[in-house]
Design a protein around this ligand. Structure first.
Ligand SMILES: Nc1ncnc2c1ncn2[C@@H]1O[C@H](COP(=O)(O)OP(=O)(O)OP(=O)(O)O)[C@@H](O)[C@H]1O
Ligand SMILES: [Mg+2]
Length: 225
């Protein structure tokens, strides 16, 4: 593990059991991500990209291998400890925004910290600042159904930032957006990266991957370059 690796995966395997059958979805993955990197993970459907991202984000556990997040070995940690680390260090952005329909943009952004012990007015102010950062401050009262796809993804990015995570993980964040809107979303990730966030993004789209600083390709559960 190099000194500045924020994410370090060694010989990671993931095996899913389907009845009697075992499928090896990740095979011997070695990956180092340095602090402040902007990495794109590419590969065809089914190559294991989301599985890998979910392991990086502590949403899933590898079957074999070692994972160090910010220098900390995570293999032996229990679920409570894993969610604690996830909440502290990781912000997730997904293709299907996953906003709560009956909450407005501001409330959606605050949601991850709603049960923290922080004051509501402090959280609202913070959420409003984040909405401003993603260019959506005036729409803070809008519900998801009143927002375009690109605007909903901006809300989702603001929500991912409310914990001030070191690492942003994005799984096909532009998959539902037209090219122009997708590039606007990529600009936000680039800006966050320029501010020091480590960004790891999964994408099919070479035009979006080109916005990252490094591209790694997966094929059939392995990293191939
Ligand atoms: N919970 C699960 N149980 C069994 N198999 C699974 C499970 N999750 C994923 N898989 C299988 O693992 C393989 C990799 O899936 P994964 O979602 O990581 O691919 P992906 O590269 O993200 O694909 P896509 O580009 O379509 O999103 C697929 O063959 C999938 O069917
Ligand atoms: Mg996927």
């Amino acid at each position: 593990m190099s000194k500045t690796s924020i994410i370090s995966l060694r010989k990671i395997k993931k095996i899913y059991k389907l009845g009697e059958r075992e499928i090896e979805v990740l095979k011997d993955i070695n990956l180092e991500v340095e602090k402040g990197e902007f990495l794109a993970i590419m590969g065809v459907s089914g190559s294991g990209k989301s599985t890998l991202l979910n392991i990086i984000g502590l949403m899933d556990k590898p079957t074999e291998g070692e994972y160090f997040l910010m220098g900390r070995k995570i293999a032996h940690l229990d679920d409570d400890h894993l969610s604690e680390l996830r909440n502290a260090y990781v912000g997730f952005v997904f293709q299907q925004f996953y906003l709560i329909e009956y909450l407005n943009a501001l409330e959606n952004v605050v949601l991850p910290l709603l049960y923290s012990h922080k004051s509501v007015s402090h959280l609202q102010k913070k959420a409003l600042n984040l909405l401003e950062k993603v260019g959506l401050k005036e729409r803070y009262k809008s519900k998801p159904s009143q927002l375009s796809g690109g605007e909903q993804q901006r809300v989702a990015i603001a929500r991912a930032l409310i914990n001030e995570p070191e690492i942003i993980l994005a799984d096909e964040p532009t998959g539902q957006l037209d090219t122009e809107t997708a590039l606007e979303i990529m600009d936000i990730f680039s800006k966050l990266n320029a501010e020091g966030k480590t960004v790891v993004m999964v994408t099919h789209d070479p035009n979006m991957a080109a916005k990252a600083k490094r591209i790694t390709k997966m094929k059939d559960g392995r990293i191939v370059d």
